[in-house]
Design a protein around this ligand. Structure first.
Ligand code: ATP
Length: 350
């Protein structure tokens, strides 16, 4: 059976005391896809996941999964009947149980009899390691066993709450792409919570950006990066120079010259311009104030009268502090924000 949206949350609201922790939050996930839920610490991501699991009851809004209403007016399907799986920050396996027993842990006897644990272990490609103990596994293998354990009860959707946050950077980078690949291979529908933009982009087929309890934009990583819904969001999902412009239809006039616009705009506006979309050249109205060479690229700070801008060039440094330079735009169409609209949508926690 085909569902329009496999998982849909609409208008979800949750209040603790007089604090609205989740407010009118809506998003969708297609079957077999991973949605990365990205937001700063304390914005309500974990609470939103708990609403999905049914561990927490929503004050308002609906959740539907595979055509079933899980949460809605007068409806609250209990957590144990939702078939929503959850993986927490801690992937720890039970050290005194074999891999087989770890994966079977928590399964009903009839599901073990049906071979669900063996099946899950096969999905992650570790059928041959069932008799080992966790201490006899590599870190990557242990993670795959943890994924198998989460898949064994055949959840309809898997929720992962900052699963890699306790790991060191190198291991984390390796595991996140491995787990993302694994999710795609097994066709698991997942919601992956993170406060790390890079992680959200790597793991998510789509990204939903959350701020102060609200989902402010959902889209593919490219859409979110190139067409951010607000100036704040532009800065949250990457580096952005916020510059003023004067819209004249399809282009805006700025200190970098004319910049193509994604939507026609007239009059004063603000643009979020990515440092890597700027080109630095000799002679002009800007002065280099900082140069940082990272090996694969160079970051320049350039001052124009009152404004300081960041430029990224995929080359070794060609300029030094004090040099006079020009900066021009060489990138895709840019979203224009109203110069009047206040950026604040709430008070940020954390
Ligand atoms: P982090 O990334 O730091 O884990 P988060 O985005 O997951 O944060 P939540 O854990 O959902 O955010 O918390 C959002 C806000 O709700 C916080 O201010 C938190 O203190 C508050 N909160 C969460 N659970 C409860 C509760 N049971 N009672 C009262 N306040 C709560």
């Amino acid at each position: 059976m085909h569902h329009d949206h496999y998982l849909r949350a609409s208008g979800l609201t949750k209040q603790f005391g007089d604090e609205r922790v989740v407010e009118d939050a809506s998003f969708t996930v297609e079957e077999g896809k991973t949605l990365a839920l990205l937001g700063p610490s304390g914005c309500g991501k974990t609470t939103l996941l708990r609403l999905l699991t049914g561990l927490e009851a929503a004050d308002a809004g609906t959740i539907s999964l595979a055509g079933d209403t899980l949460t809605g007016p007068g409806v609250h399907v209990p957590a144990e009947q939702r078939r929503v799986g959850m993986v927490f920050q801690d992937w720890a396996l039970f050290p005194h149980l074999t891999v087989d027993k770890n994966v079977a842990y928590g399964l009903r006897a009839e599901d073990i009899a049906r071979g669900r644990a063996a099946e899950a272990l096969e999905l992650v490609g570790l059928s041959n390691l069932g008799a080992r103990y966790p201490s006899e596994l590599s870190g990557g293998q242990a993670q795959r066993v943890a994924v198998a354990r989460a898949l064994a009860p055949r959840p309809r959707v898997l929720l992962l709450d900052e699963p890699f946050s306790n790991l060191d950077t190198e291991f984390r980078v390796k595991l996140r792409s491995e787990v993302a690949t694994l999710m795609r291979e097994v066709g698991m529908t997942a919601v992956f919570v993170t406060h790390d933009q890079e992680e959200a982009f790597v793991v998510g087929d789509e990204v939903a950006v959350m701020r102060s309890g609200r989902i402010i934009q959902q889209g593919t990583p490219t859409e979110v990066y190139e067409r951010p819904a607000s100036a704040w969001l532009a800065g949250f999902v990457g580096e952005a120079n916020l510059v003023s412009g004067l819209g004249a239809g399809d282009v805006a006039d700025t200190i970098f010259g004319s910049i193509p616009l994604a939507t026609p705009t007239s009059g004063p506006c603000r643009l979020a311009v990515r440092p890597e979309h700027l080109h630095i050249g000799t002679g002009g109205g800007g002065r280099v104030t900082g140069v940082e060479f990272y090996g694969h690229d160079t970051a320049y700070s350039v001052e124009f009268e009152a404004t300081s801008v960041q430029v990224r060039a995929m080359a070794a440094p060609r300029f030094r502090p004090g040099d006079d330079v020009s900066v021009s735009y060489a990138g895709p169409k840019v979203v224009a924000f109203s110069s009047m609209q206040p950026e604040l949508v709430g008070i940020e926690a954390g």
